[in-house]
Design a binder for this molecule. Structure first.
Ligand code: ADP
Length: 284
């Protein structure tokens, strides 16, 4: 399964004084099993783009091909597409509303008309996938949980639809550092242990450097750069021009290199920096 975007354009409120070109000739492809981060500052078109991946927004022009099916074709049944491509919105915990966690997660599968046994299986499995023990949490109110846990419940609700691709829009927004790390670890696990294709929307270079295999940088509705983190982070000037920059630790390492320290310039996370610095200390 892949998601292919060809010459995609999206215009909000066309032919009005408020007309806004949110996506302008976007071309990209996401392969089965990839972990791709979509990064860009506010208003660059990230949310608009991901809502095309499961047909929530209609393209003004261009094509989206999901798993070989052109979903921009009006005849396509979007329910099938939405089963394959799950979308976790920003602050998804605001959409929790049932009395218990298990009921909340069961909401989507119930709407699919599945039988009770299958619904229960899916709830247990998706809770396990986000690291919430079924017996401990099933009867609790989602409103009694911490911010990070509520978000896990919301993610479990999408996973219960058994998508092969999971899109998450700013999943760490508003969480404290521990909550951020927990959610990122959990997402990484969904990718590594459960082989889900992940599309992570973020504006944090630090988050993206830690977990993404490939980065797509958006700017003013266009793809500005794309590639492996090491390739993208080499484009410091372009990233700074569009107001993103590189991870803070990368700036630090660059300064140390300038001062003559024999350190690799491929350092984008604190962990990598620690390893490199230890190596240098050992050699001297
Ligand atoms: P991002 O997710 O990167 O912050 P968005 O996709 O939300 O960017 O927005 C891209 C552009 O489209 C912005 O200029 C934004 O103001 C505009 N926009 C987003 N949603 C709407 C909407 N519903 N109506 C009109 N303009 C919108």
């Amino acid at each position: 399964m892949s998601i292919k975007v060809e010459n995609l354009k999206h215009v909000y409120m066309p032919k009005t004084p408020f007309e806004k070109i949110a996506l302008d000739n976007v071309n990209m492809e996401i392969q089965d099993g990839e972990f791709v981060a979509l990064i860009g500052h506010t208003g660059s078109g990230k949310s608009t783009l991901i809502q095309h991946f499961n047909g929530l927004l209609e393209a003004t022009s261009g094509k989206i091909i999901v798993d070989g099916t052109e979903i921009t074709d009006k005849k396509v049944n979007l329910t099938d597409v939405r089963k394959k491509v799950g979308l976790v919105f920003q602050y998804p915990e605001y959409q929790l509303f049932e009395e218990t966690i298990a009921e909340d997660i069961a909401f989507g599968p119930k709407n699919l008309g599945l039988d009770t046994e299958e619904i229960k299986k899916r709830v247990i499995r998706s809770m396990e996938m986000v690291g919430l023990d079924y017996e401990t949490y099933k009867d609790k109110s989602p409103f009694d949980l911490s911010g990070g846990q509520k978000r896990r419940v919301a993610i479990a609700g999408v996973i219960a639809m058994k998508p092969t691709t999971l899109i998450l829009d700013e999943p760490t927004a508003g969480l404290d550092p521990k909550g951020r790390d927990d959610i990122l670890d959990q997402i990484s696990k969904l990718h590594k242990e459960y082989n889900m294709t992940i599309i992570l929307v973020s504006h944090s270079m630090e988050d993206v450097a830690k977990i993404a295999e490939r980065i797509v940088v958006m700017n003013h509705g266009k793809v500005a750069l794309q590639g492996a983190p090491a390739e993208v982070f080499k484009e410091v000037d372009t990233l700074e021009r569009i107001g993103l920059g590189v991870p803070q630790v990368t700036y630090l390492i660059r300064e140390l290199r300038k001062k003559g320290l024999p350190i690799s310039d491929n350092v984008f996370t604190i962990e990598e920096a620690k390893k490199e610095l230890r190596k240098i200390l050992k050699d001297n």
